[in-house]
Design a binder for this molecule. Sequence first.
Ligand code: PBG
Ligand code: ZN
Length: 323
Amino acid sequence: MKRFRRLRTTETMRKLVRETRVSAEELIYPIFVIDGENIKNPVASMPGVYQYSIDRMDEVLGKVTDSGISGVLIFGIPAEKDEVGSQAYHPDGITQRAIRYIKEKYPEMLVIADVCLCEYTSHGHCGLVHGCHILNDETLPLLSNMAVTLAQAGADIIAPSDMMDGRVGAIRAGLDDAGFTNVPIMAYSAKFASGYYGPFRDAAHSTPQFGDRRSYQMDPCNKKEALREIEDDLEEGADMYIVKPVLAYLDVVEAAAQRFDVPLAVYNVSGEYAMVKAAAQMGWIDEKRIVMENMIAMKRAGATIIITYHALDVAAWLKEISL
Ligand code: PBG
Ligand code: ZN
């Protein structure tokens, strides 16, 4: 008889033989920055998550620094939106100002800038719109301009999330032309058209005003296509890639991790966070235990980097555990 239980006798023994670990350095915390002053708005569907104005950001940035996590992913919410998302690529747009502020005050913190038009367009789509079509090629120069203004503001990593074809190549060329040859691209390569983004759209005011995102984001049924998207983004110049959402797509994560030898980030999205928080608030689950189990699942599947709204909690729990 095999005695597997020999290695399960005590917590110390179990820790010694663990195959998968989670650490604070591999976590990224998303932050919502809103135009205006003295604002800290709770996001109703995401308990513990707020929209901050720049002058109130220190509150959360201080926690990020103390926690030992590597960085933040910035989403800006502009005061005004228009058809072409002008504020997305304005050198003094809300996101550019927020990044400048963070890099000045917290130079060590990695700042990842999301590149997409949907928070900045009046129609809420990720690209330019003509009638009811989302234009692909016409959108590319705007995304490239946006990436350059974000790099000029000090962004350490550029993360395009729009899902237009050819955007990684366009952004890489734009960054290189502007002298930012050293700024890496983390492409949202396998981004599925998902119901799990619901709470985010409340947080970022980015719900499409007509139709949906299925003509540019991926069909949840397609795993082979996800691998082709990733391969193509890497060929176009992506340095890292993202699979998103993650928990219902762990098979995609595992297949991608085995196929590609570059860092793989997973995005544990708003709906995944909201479900855990809601059940925990009802007293139906043990939040800490469930969250840590989810973190381990992502790592076990092959993730290198985890983008998660749980990041600050996880970092705090890890410190408790290691004491
Ligand atoms: C915008 C964007 C979205 C998310 C990240 N960037 C929403 C969307 O595509 O509608 C979702 C993040 C989350 O749900 O936490 N392109
Ligand atoms: Zn978008």
